[in-house]
Design a protein around this ligand. Sequence first.
Ligand code: G3I
Length: 302
Amino acid sequence: ESTLGAAAAQSGRYFGVAVAANRLSDSTYATIAAREFNSVTAENEMKIDATEPQRGQFSFTAADRVYNWAVQNGKKVRGHTLAWHSQQPGWMQSLNGSALRQAMIDHINGVMSHYKGKITQWDVVNEAFADGSSGARRDSNLQRTGNDWIEVAFRTARAADPSAKLCYNDYNVEDWTWAKTQAVYAMVRDFKQRGVPIDCVGFQSHFNSGSPYNSNFRTTLQNFAALGVDVAVTELDIQGAPASTYAGVVNDCLAVSRCLGVTVWGVRDSDSWRSEQTPLLFNNDGSKKPAYTAVLNALNGG
Ligand code: G3I
């Protein structure tokens, strides 16, 4: 196959991209996104500040621009993200305790009902664990509402849209030896044992010199899958975009039957949240980088 999405589809997987609504009017960008990928994540437009700027007043203008573009171009959509300490609107930042807990529940219900039946996977909870060696939850206003906030979010989400796969999504959980990886693994094992509804784990995979790719990522994906959840690479970008590392990540996903697919976090280097690291598959002029060819070859079976 000659595009990333079609090549991934040969094994029943997708190859997706983060799309920013305000770039869809750039024809180079839109042409590549439409041609190469078969899954879309809104880079910012489905986040809390974008979708509920005032309490109880939902706004889906930008989110629907991304969603509609994706569907019109034959792509499925990952939802990102419902409960997160970051990109909260001001009104939510000022809440705490039971009022914040209720606001989180109302937010999940409001966004998921708008997209009911339309989203393949939702990142229900994003980045809830601390970096470093503690293995602890990240301190946040949501965490301070009580340790059960994550399972409440997942139970709320399951009731709001039973057709969506419900994911926990995080970064620095790719290396099996990291404490954060072990902490998320323990949470997922506990959720599965207690019947808390969780279907998938998203590994953001923002690799750079501080958080390098390690080939034990495959072990991580296998071990999580063995708990009975699907896994996905959700926000891939790699400092310098070395072709061999990109191929390694893709081959790790292909090696794990429960790995649903790979999403890269932007189209061209100039579209990246860290463009100075040139971490993506396309140059600023839209031409394909060596990493693109390596990924396509891996998806085509080597
Ligand atoms: O839209 C406003 C614009 O009106 C304003 O003039 C401008 C001035 O700063 O800011 C614009 O908003 C920015 C937004 O991106 C849209 O471009 C925010 O400042 C900026 O903080 C925001 O950054 C996003 C970041 O999440 C915020 O946390 C990145 O685009 C986005 O790629 C990044 O994505 C995250 C994932 O959601 C979660 N995992 C990590 C990943 C990378 O940080």
